[in-house]
Design a protein around this ligand. Structure first.
Ligand code: ZN
Length: 498
């Protein structure tokens, strides 16, 4: 093989994989947004064939040989191609390490599990989900060994979602947060709650749609490259750095719900749109990790979107969209209402302060499940106990308890901590950004360009060309969970006059 030919093959391989992904994504997007309800079957056939073809393409022995050859000639490759070879080799090894029959069995199990979970949740009956969850846990314990035999099983799983993160790192992170958040929460509970009733007046969807367009404009999304659709759960889907789609879910009696989904997903979209051209159609296009992605979405949603300067900047315009609903309400009142702290049962409805506590419950349970010290049948009891301990709330049923999230049904163990890490990274990015940029001066004018430029330079442009830990270091410096705890303490002490 000549190096030149190998490089051509590498490029072709990655472009083909991009094409399969683009086709699957387009079908998926159609399915969850505009496709008629009765059309799922045919899409399912097409999607499973596309997934199979992609798998075949990438797991072929020739790909292994190609990657081996390029690894041998590493010194002659550009830095970006070196990185592509590294990433692809890692995925290739992963894919070929799990025996094909186990891989297939697991794929069909997660498919089944999702349906079982939906029914169990609807009926609020954990015992229905228990048998399939047991199998999923067993598989993950086994897969963890395939991923990395040298690591503790849960560490190996964590590493799949956030490379470089392990239990030692997370134990310390969560311990710091708990120590600081729990007393803060107790102090807040003694205080009077702000009035947020105006958030729950009637907000017609047509007006909310125009408001979404406005918010995307404020965040600086170029509508030639990013559109918004509607789906049951909001998400962001990226094709390439010229084509990203976001979705939201409108609720007529809750204006903040879609508002903050739009800002959150816009943060994900900015990341994807900001990745450099020279990484497109390769495995390096796309955000580097879940945690870093969430750091971006949560930065826009919470740190900027739920700040007083931002709300003051957009509030006059908001009152134009919703003149009756916001009549007599001030920007300051709106700010307090969208920052109301209230320990609750459901993670996705949690406020900025208590959110990490929801994650901690899941982290503790996953840790024990994977190391075998917690039995699947004891999840509900442990879940309810931890909610009482961390958040002070009584869980009335499994639907609002351990059956609320889809992650375990999808076979994801070790995914949750990324959400909390993302929030913490964001707080540290803010601290560094403030040294270089007049963050609040510009945001207070409704101008997010300086903030976005900073994030673009430190994070977005690199895509997956650096290790997640190096991206974090580049934007945050040495990671220190106390910075996030300080940010929360300062913000909520002010809001609640502590
Ligand atoms: Zn997100």
């Amino acid at each position: 093989m000549k190096l030149e030919d190998a490089l051509t093959q590498l490029e072709e391989l990655q472009r083909k994989m991009y094409a399969y992904d683009a086709a699957s994504n387009a079908l998926y997007l159609d399915g969850v947004t505009v496709a008629p309800k009765g059309t799922g079957e045919g899409r399912g056939v097409a999607l499973s064939i596309l997934a199979g073809e992609r798998h075949k393409l990438f797991s072929a022995p020739e790909v292994g040989k190609l990657l081996e050859y390029l690894t041998k000639h590493k010194a002659e490759l550009s830095r970006l191609v070196q990185r592509q070879v590294e990433e692809l080799s890692r995925s290739y090894e992963q894919l070929t390490r799990i025996p094909a029959d186990e891989y297939m069995e697991y794929a069909s199990l997660t498919n089944e599990a999702n349906e079982v979970w939906e029914t169990a949740k609807e009926e609020s009956d954990f015992s229905k989900f228990e048998p399939v969850l047991k199998k999923l846990v067993k598989f993950n314990q086994k897969f963890a060994k395939y991923y990395d035999r040298k690591k503790k099983p849960y560490d190996a799983l964590l590493n799949e979602f956030e490379r470089g993160v392990d239990m030692e790192y997370l134990d310390q992170f969560f311990a710091t947060l708990r120590e600081r958040i729990v007393p803060l929460l107790k102090a807040i509970e003694e205080k009077e709650q702000p009035d947020d009733s105006f958030l729950h007046k009637h907000y017609p969807i047509e007006a909310q749609k125009r408001f979404s367009d406005y918010l995307m404009e404020v965040v600086g999304l170029d509508r030639r490259h990013c559109t918004i659709g509607e789906s049951e759960h909001p998400f962001t889907l990226n094709f390439n750095n010229k084509d990203v789609r976001i979705t939201t879910h409108y609720q007529e009696e809750d204006v903040a719900s879609s508002m903050y989904s739009v800002i959150h997903e816009s943060g994900h979209a900015r990341y994807e749109l900001g990745i450099r051209d020279d990484m497109q159609y390769t495995c390096l296009a796309g955000g580097v990790s879940m945690g870093v992605h969430e750091s971006q979405s949560r930065f826009y949603e919470n740190i900027i979107g739920r700040s007083l300067p931002f709300i003051q900047a957009i509030f006059p315009k908001m009152q134009e969209f919703f003149p009756e609903q916001l009549n007599g309400v001030t920007a300051e009142q709106f700010y307090r209402a969208v920052n109301k702290v209230q320990p609750s049962l459901v993670r996705i409805e949690a406020d900025e302060l208590t959110y990490s506590l929801h994650i901690m419950v899941r982290y503790e349970i996953e840790k024990q499940l994977i190391d075998g010290s917690l039995k699947v049948q004891d999840i509900p009891e442990t879940w309810n106990k931890l909610y009482k301990e961390y958040l002070g709330v009584e869980v009335p049923d499994d639907k609002h308890g351990c059956l609320q999230d889809s992650h375990w049904a999808g076979g994801s163990f070790g995914y949750f901590p990324s959400y909390a890490l993302g929030s913490a990274y964001g707080a540290q990015m803010l601290k560094n950004m403030e040294k270089e940029v007049d963050v609040w001066g510009t945001v207070g004018k409704g101008d997010l360009s300086a903030v976005s430029a900073w994030l673009g330079e430190k994070i977005h442009q690199y895509g997956s060309s650096m290790e997640p830990a190096d991206v974090v270091k580049n934007a945050c410096g040495e990671f220190d969970p106390a910075v996030y705890a300080d940010y929360l303490t300062e913000k909520f002490s002010k809001i609640y006059n502590l």
